[in-house]
Design a protein around this ligand. Sequence first.
Ligand SMILES: *Cc1c(COP(=O)(O)O)cnc(C)c1O
Length: 421
Amino acid sequence: MNHFEYIDGVLSAEGVSIPELAEKVGTPFYCYSTATLERHYKVYAGAFDGLDATVCYALKANSNQAVIKTLAKLGAGADVVSVGEMRRALQAGIAPSKIIFSGVGKADAEMREALDADIAQINVESIPELVELNRVALDMGKKARIALRINPHVDAKTHEKIATGKAENKFGIDWTRAIEVYRDAAQMDGIEITGIAMHIGSQLTDLTPFREAFTRLAGLVEELRTHGIEVKNLDLGGGLGIAYQGETPPLPAAYGQMVRETVGHLGCHITLEPGRLIVGNAGILVSRVMYIKDGEAKRFVILDAAMNDLIRPTLYNAYHEIIAVDEAGVDDKMATVDVVGPVCETGDTFGKDRKLPDNLQPGDLVAICSAGAYGAVMSSTYNTRALTPEVLVSGDKFAIIRERPSIDDLIALDKVPGWLD
Ligand SMILES: *Cc1c(COP(=O)(O)O)cnc(C)c1O
């Protein structure tokens, strides 16, 4: 469900027409819909109604301040994976008591800043990190509230680069060693055990791996209790998938029901960390067709967006639907084309053998759909291309929420040493 629809034959974001935005902002640009963000957040949070639960939006999916603030206003907490993201969450007005710091390698300076900010919980992923956090906390005269992130050895059945819960993945402490590490943690004066955490992967389209992992988690909580260790907060991570290409991922309500069934009896506070599900289908990448090239074997549609703007297709073989902004011609006579960007890499391909109107012309606009998550945040300036601006729409209003920087500013970041003068 999203709010990008054809209105009078042109693709619109809520009440704003995409061609009008393209005129004002230039292409390529990311466009997000407030109504979609709000709807996704509410539907997801609503799935846990009646449970003692906090939804901590995973900032890494899309960390634009305006997006964070939109969600903060609805009551979202934040799951952050760096001190940079922690500062973003705080600046957007999220209370420290609703911020969780995840990630496999936190630097000393990050631990210090997190302890100073007094955030809710730091999720620790290894014994060396636990030892280090204890040292830093003692040095500051504080106690660090922690959860141990447990790796349940469950196959999330998702793309290998976003599976995180298998024994061979770098994430978390093996569940078989969890009790032993908790007992060590309980002896550390700089550590206060508050929770237990898991995040088994991203873009899961089936509840079975979640169910397996959460059942294992519940077993651990009960076993910890027999050792006199009480965890108050169960952090279940994110990972619920979205439809990119006609997938039918479980609805949040079904996910919520499964959470109740697996861990609802434990009497714990529950933290959820959705990222993609909130923002993925709330954003599109709008691009202009530069050239149509009829090759020997194929027709190529060459866009002014490239892999540096949206790397998911080449990084994860991700599928993003690509549609014409002008509805005239859609379904009429469609051509089979490869949609590519101008960067000097064969990997700079957004989609192969796609259907776009046969009469698509240079200058026409297309939208690359489902680009709100892991899009702008993963963009780069490869090929000395300026970072893509971001626009947020709300009803018939829009605002540029990140400007396109100038190429000169980009070049000015480099410093030429004196000996080259
Ligand atoms: C990436 C991540 C998330 C969010 O994952 P989505 O698949 O975007 O929901 C949540 N928690 C942790 C620890 C993560 O690393």
